[in-house]
Design a protein around this ligand. Structure first.
Ligand SMILES: Nc1nc2c(ncn2[C@@H]2O[C@H](COP(=O)(O)OP(=O)(O)O)[C@@H](O)[C@H]2O)c(=O)[nH]1
Ligand SMILES: [Mg+2]
Length: 277
């Protein structure tokens, strides 16, 4: 299958306009927290505005001079809070933006992370998507700028990509509001755990490294039973990641073993982020 653009959603029979209500700034006590991640210029803000409306809360991340936008919407009677993460190419914590994005996905435990990727620069964009898939299995990939890709004669086998990544991939042209209903549907399914994702995890080929990893994973899991991403944490420790080391010392990884944010009031998901900065 190649890329498919849905007709403009307002006229599409599948589009149930009444089920999306943009809430602007008022999404306190939301049922689900959704993080919006992606490289710069992939259309993150466009997706954000399409889902939440133009009114949004714009402030800074605690202790940082990096802008943070938050907004909300309801969809099929559930309330969603959407948090726009800084645009980054990576999550390996080499810059403040990357640290903020990574810590939010790791400690904020969003119900779903939408990764917006640029269909015209898929290979470069998949770097971030694959990194996020190492941390969380609750991901929806928004394959944006599909109109630009088509204009350049780029065809993407969306179903194959989705199978390979192990998470839903939604082709869209956010500026034209195309694909928004399908994105909402995929986000809802992952948030409510109606579909089981199976994220692509990078395997190590080096037996010695694999052995060291397994030893560490056992130790991490003994301290944090049920930690969803012990393998990723172990890899970061082997890489000498100081902020993860510190998080373990301060017992902050424990946040991850609690039930997901969706069962708790979500008023201040940033507290954990603040604590690590
Ligand atoms: N052609 C096209 N342009 C888009 C689409 N989505 C966003 N844009 C444009 O891409 C530019 C960057 O979008 P923006 O939402 O600011 O990206 P961000 O940096 O990821 O937040 C803007 O000029 C948007 O109007 C799309 O689906 N198709
Ligand atoms: Mg933006």
């Amino acid at each position: 299958m190649t890329t498919q653009i849905m007709p403009n959603c307002e006229t599409c029979p599948a589009y149930n306009a009444s089920s999306l209500k943009k809430l602007g700034v008022s999404a306190e006590g939301a049922d689900y927290v959704i993080a919006l991640a992606g490289n710069p210029n992939t259309g993150k803000s466009t997706v954000f505005n399409a889902l939440t409306g133009l009114r949004q809360h714009v402030g800074n991340w605690p202790g940082k001079t990096v802008a943070r936008a938050e907004g909300g919407f309801t969809y099929n009677d559930k309330t969603y809070k959407l948090v726009d993460l800084p645009g980054t190419y990576s999550l390996l914590s080499t810059s403040t933006d990357e640290e903020i994005a990574r810590n939010f996905i790791l400690f904020g435990q969003p119900s779903v992370t939408i990764v917006v990727v640029d269909a015209t620069r898929l290979e470069r964009n998949l770097n971030l998507a694959l990194q996020i898939l190492q941390i969380t299995d609750r991901v929806v990939v928004a394959l944006n700028l599909i109109d630009e890709a088509e204009r350049h004669g780029i065809e993407i086998d969306v179903r194959h990509l989705s199978r390979k990544l192990g998470v839903p991939v939604v082709p869209m042209a956010a500026r034209q509001m195309q694909g928004i209903p399908e994105l909402l549907d995929a986000v809802e399914q992952v948030a409510r755990q109606k579909i089981a994702t199976k994220p692509h995890r990078v395997r190590q080929t080096d037996a010695q490294l694999e052995g060291a990893l397994n030893t560490l994973i056992d130790q991490i899991e003994a301290i944090y039973p049920g930690l969803p991403n012990a393998r990723w944490v172990a890899l970061r420790l082997l890489d000498g990641d100081e902020s993860i080391e510190q998080a373990i010392r301060d017992n902050r990884l424990g946040n991850l073993t609690q039930p997901a944010v969706l069962q708790q009031p979500t008023r201040e998901p940033l507290i954990a982020v603040e604590a690590i900065s």
